[in-house]
Design a binder for this molecule. Structure first.
Ligand SMILES: Cc1cc2nc3c(=O)[nH]c(=O)nc-3n(C[C@H](O)[C@H](O)[C@H](O)COP(=O)(O)O)c2cc1C
Length: 306
């Protein structure tokens, strides 16, 4: 293990900055056939809800030129099955495991946090940004009062490190990340998917039953980077960057813009080995320097011309 890749975020130490993003590698079993997950800096589970959720009717996935629209609708086995069938596998992996939680009410999020409190996990990622469900999620993330109260209560109940995953729909991001920080979150995850639309022109109707769906993949990377830059410049909360990472160079861009860690999502569908490959490239690149020293470095090197 290359100790130059080690990085501390909040109260946790990560062996490298590479995590897999929620919903793009399930609960880890399938992807672990490609490489041992303990080489990762961390793993974020598919978002779980209190009760099992069937998700949205098909179609759920639609490819675009530079990305993917999805409308999965948080299909997941629910808390009980998660604890019974998925935790025994996850708790054996020697890396930081974050459980992503989602709910239709504040109470549901709190109930999930209560039940996760005694599990052998590193932390909780609150999904306040799913664009593909009717209640909860993104709506909570857009309401400053709920965002604050919900985050604060999850921090208190779970007694674990808490990250809040935001939606690009938040608009003005600085007041939002400051709220999240004041509520006790250790980091913000920027971002979940962007709301997008596809029309099946042959059928002359929207592709998705819910009309809008979540856009991910390379198309969104420059959009997300812009927010990472702004948050790094104007707030002190640690940033987990997520959106459109396809290769090593993308990770470097995120780090130089101000992200301490990154999450890889859609790229896992194209190349399930991507996490491992990027870690190998990081190990190669960081032979002398420490990754920690590069976080946000591009801010010092910007050339301002008027
Ligand atoms: C098929 C699919 C399912 C997803 N499910 C979840 C989820 O359950 N919870 C969540 O917080 N984000 C979910 N996401 C969003 C990703 O974690 C990530 O934030 C987003 O895709 C942007 O990163 P990417 O461009 O690297 O994919 C999902 C994304 C995709 C493509």
């Amino acid at each position: 293990m290359n100790s130059n890749l080690k990085i501390q975020v909040g109260s946790l130490v990560f062996k490298n900055p590479i995590l897999l993003a929620s919903g793009t590698s399930g609960f880890g079993k399938e992807i672990s056939q490609f490489y041992p997950l303990e080489i990762l800096g961390g793993f974020v589970t598919k978002s779980i809800t209190l009760k099992p959720k069937k998700g949205n009717p098909p179609p759920r996935i639609w490819e675009t030129y530079c990305g993917l629209l999805n409308s999965i609708g948080l299909e997941n086995p629910g808390l009980e099955e998660f604890i019974y069938y998925e935790m025994p596998f996850l708790e054996k992996i020697n890396t930081n495991i974050f459980v992503s939680i989602a709910g239709e009410s504040i109470k549901e999020y709190q109930e999930l946090a209560k039940n996760l409190k005694n599990l052998n996990i590193s932390g909780i990622e609150i999904n306040l940004s799913c664009p593909n469900v009717d209640r909860g999620g993104i709506q909570f993330g857009l309401d400053p009062d709920i965002l604050y109260e919900l985050t604060k209560s999850i921090v208190k109940i779970s007694q674990k490190p808490v990250w809040v995953k935001l939606s690009p729909e938040v608009g003005k991001i600085i007041p939002v990340v400051n709220l999240v920080k004041d509520a006790g979150a250790e980091a913000v995850v920027i971002f979940n998917t962007f709301l997008g639309l596809a029309i099946d022109w042959k059928e002359r109707k929207p592709v998705f039953k819910r009309i809008f769906a979540g856009l991910s993949g390379p198309a969104i990377k420059p959009l997300v980077l812009r927010y990472i830059w702004e948050v790094y410049e104007k707030s002190s909360i640690p940033i987990i960057g997520c959106g459109g990472i396809m290769e090593f160079g993308d990770v470097m861009e995120y780090i130089l813009a101000g992200a301490s860690l990154v999450e890889i999502g859609t790229a896992n569908f194209i190349n399930p080995n991507i996490g491992k490959e990027i870690i190998l490239e990081l190990e190669n690149y960081f032979k002398e320097e420490r990754i920690e020293d590069l976080v946000g470095l591009a801010h010092k090197r910007k050339e301002v011309s008027l």
